[in-house]
Design a protein around this ligand. Structure first.
Ligand code: 5GP
Ligand code: ZN
Length: 114
């Protein structure tokens, strides 16, 4: 399945380099970058390079690419305690309509470890 883009989607603009983002990791099918409003230090988002609003709309090949990246990003944050969160729909607190997985380190590496 070839990449799908929505020009009015903020994450599609990030994928195209039209909006800057701090990249953490990248493959041909996915991008990981820091959340602009982090809940804790290292809070990252992993997104497919395919515009799908909800996880059920995402082709399996893009979903499959994300799993190993979640592990890499979680490891890279330097804490063994973290949440992986993926919201679908307004009732479920989805604010950006492009599939994304949050990786939220807990505690923040600079807080709570002492
Ligand atoms: P949601 O609430 O949809 O699950 O999460 C959307 C996330 O995207 C939020 O944590 C928000 O801070 C982040 N976000 C929204 N716009 C941008 C942006 O332009 N750049 C980055 N890096 N993160 C964004
Ligand atoms: Zn998009």
């Amino acid at each position: 399945t070839s990449a799908k883009v929505d020009e009015s989607c903020i994450f599609c603009l990030i994928l195209q380099g039209k909006i800057p983002a701090h990249k953490v990791y990248e493959t041909d099918k996915s991008l990981a970058f820091l959340d602009i409003n982090p809940v804790s230090e290292g809070h990252s988002l992993v997104i497919p390079k395919y515009h799908a609003v909800k996880i059920l709309d995402l082709p399996d090949e893009y979903l499959a690419d994300i799993g190993p990246i979640l592990k890499k990003v979680a490891k890279a944050t330097g804490t063994e305690q973290f949440n992986i969160i993926q919201n679908n729909g307004k009732m479920a607190f989805q604010h950006v309509d492009h599939v994304h997985f949050h990786v939220v380190p807990k505690p923040s590496p600079t807080e709570g470890l002492v």
